[in-house]
Write a protein that binds this ligand. Structure first.
Ligand code: ADP
Ligand code: MG
Length: 497
């Protein structure tokens, strides 16, 4: 949406790592985003109709959503609360006074003839989202967040002669979150959208489902010579996957660079990303831009609430990803990267914490991130669907830690628990998987292996590295159950090393 002109400040120092090398020297890309996030709410912004995704066409439509004459909008308090919650999660200014405006335009899927939105006085002002790219933390400024209605959907592919209109989405609450032009690469833009989506999911204010359109990005892209003023931007509308966001930016930046290097100029315009071809195409130029004739909606009073209410909402905020990450690093001694992987989804972090409580945090992180996540990815399962519970994984780790089983047997045990379920300690007991630490038993096997290989036992005296071969033989003879450390020590003693 076109917001009132704001002063744009360049907060970043040009970093050669982000430069795009052109034929005539380096270029820098500048990106700012407008994200539309559908508010998680049962009902719509100004009506009691269901806001649920899908449903048969025109079954989630009240008289207000269909803009029947004389119908009046009534603000949904819960949607307002969700917007405030989101503003708090973005560390943003909450405006206890804001105004709903009419944004006028004609389109068949907009029965009112205008969209109710917030223009000059949004509910949320400036805030910050921190992203991490290549181990560096970057602050991306938030310009504003405002509430507005979604439009309906036009359907053109059902009939050769007719278009249909489905108003199920009409009037659903959206939060438009506008960033400052603080991003300098496709990587940063992708990191920003993922981080924002994670924050919204933690807050429970948007499900972040990009395929269903609950989160869509308008991407503003311009290029310039490093150190120069911002260039003219193009806006790429409605990109609905993180991968496409990266592709659209890379294509668009190169397109603009090619034009400028040929001596041309960039026209400010709205473009569309064609995900099949990987290109952006012009949709309309600035001259064709609508004049929306914004004015305050006379059917709605300004939106006001108290600071006390804001504080009540603040008190219910969950631990957010940045704080959770810092805590996991401190409490469990995790590396920054591992902690980031775990906090990307609150369910992952919860699972990890159940496993790690009272255990070796790094070992737990290793098992959760490498073994469990790897296995889940292979099967296309989410953490909620994991056949191995946090309790079971914790017990597997305990068995390794106590020396009852080796790490290698631990992986076999994990496989058994994954496919058959059951109590890890009992499985180890019943299937005789326990590591043999009893030296007498190991000694017997060591003696047998040495006796069976007299040549090698002679050769190892000059080539001590060959001891590894003997360790392998003993491990094989004990089906991997001998304690490798004990085997090694005994072998060295018996072979006179
Ligand atoms: P409008 O309301 O006309 O779309 P705004 O000033 O509100 O314009 O900016 C919309 C988005 O465009 C914001 O996310 C902002 O950060 C971004 N933006 C503004 N100028 C530039 C620029 N030169 N290059 C890239 N993005 C920009
Ligand atoms: Mg815009």
């Amino acid at each position: 949406m076109e917001a009132p002109a704001v002063e744009i400040v360049d907060t970043r120092t040009p970093d050669p790592k982000n430069f795009i090398e052109g034929a005539t020297g380096p270029w820098e890309v500048v990106i700012g985003m407008e994200i539309h996030a559908q508010v998680l709410s049962k009902a719509k912004l100004f009506s009691g109709a269901s806001a649920e995704f899908g449903g048969d066409p025109n079954t989630h439509v009240s008289l207000v959503d269909a803009a029947m004459p004389g119908m009046l909008p009534v603000i949904n308090r819960f949607c307002v609360e969700q917007a405030i919650r989101t503003g708090l999660g973005l560390k943003a200014q909450i405006n206890t006074f804001s105004v709903f405006d009419r944004k006028n335009y004609f389109y068949p899927d907009l029965p009112q003839g205008y969209q109710i939105s917030q223009y000059k006085q949004p509910i949320v002002g400036e805030g910050t989202v921190y992203i991490e790219v290549d181990g560096e933390t970057i602050a991306v400024g938030i310009e504003r967040l405002h509430l507005e209605q979604d439009a309906g959907k036009s359907i053109h592919d059902q009939h050769p002669d007719y278009s249909y209109v489905d108003l199920n989405r009409s009037g659903v609450a959206l939060m438009e979150i506008v960033s400052k032009p603080d991003m300098r690469s496709a990587e940063e833009a992708k990191a920003y959208v993922s981080k924002l989506r994670t924050i919204l999911r933690y807050l429970g204010t948007c499900d972040g489902n990009m395929e269903q359109g609950s989160l869509r990005a308008d991407i503003n892209v311009s290029v310039r010579r490093p150190g120069e003023a911002f260039g003219t931007r193009c806006e790429i509308k409605n990109v609905n996957s993180i991968r496409f966001i990266g592709q659209a930016i890379e294509y668009e930046a190169q397109r603009q660079i090619d034009i400028l290097e040929d001596g041309g100029t960039i026209d400010q315009e709205t473009r569309l990303f064609d995900s099949r071809k990987g290109v952006t195409r012009s949709m309309r130029s600035k001259e064709e831009a609508h004049d929306y004739r914004y004015f305050p909606d006379p059917d709605l009073l300004p939106l006001t609430f108290t600071e006390e209410w804001v504080e009540e909402i603040r008190a219910t905020l969950p631990e957010l990803p940045d704080e959770k990450k810092a805590r996991l690093m401190k409490e469990y001694g995790l590396k920054s990267y591992d902690a980031s992987v775990l906090v990307a989804d609150p369910a992952n972090a919860d699972y990890f914490e159940q496993v790690a409580k009272g255990r070796d945090g790094k070992l737990a992180a290793n098992w959760v991130i490498n073994e469990l996540f790897g296995r889940l990815r292979k099967e296309g399962l989410s953490i909620m669907e994991s056949p191995v519970s946090a309790e079971q994984l914790g017990k597997i780790i305990d068995l390794i830690k106590s020396g009852d089983i080796s790490g290698k047997i631990g992986k076999e045990l994990f496989e058994i628990v994954w496919t058959e379920g059951g109590d890890p300690a009992r499985i180890v007991e019943e299937r005789g998987m326990k590591q043999v630490t009893d030296t007498a038993a190991i000694e017997k096997v060591v003696d047998e292996v040495i006796a069976a290989n007299p040549d090698k036992a002679e050769a190892v005296k000059n080539k001590p590295n060959m001891v590894g071969w003997f360790v392998g033989q003993v491990m094989k003879a004990t089906q991997g159950k001998a304690n490798p450390k004990a085997v090694n020590e005994l072998l060295r003693k018996k072979l006179g090393l």
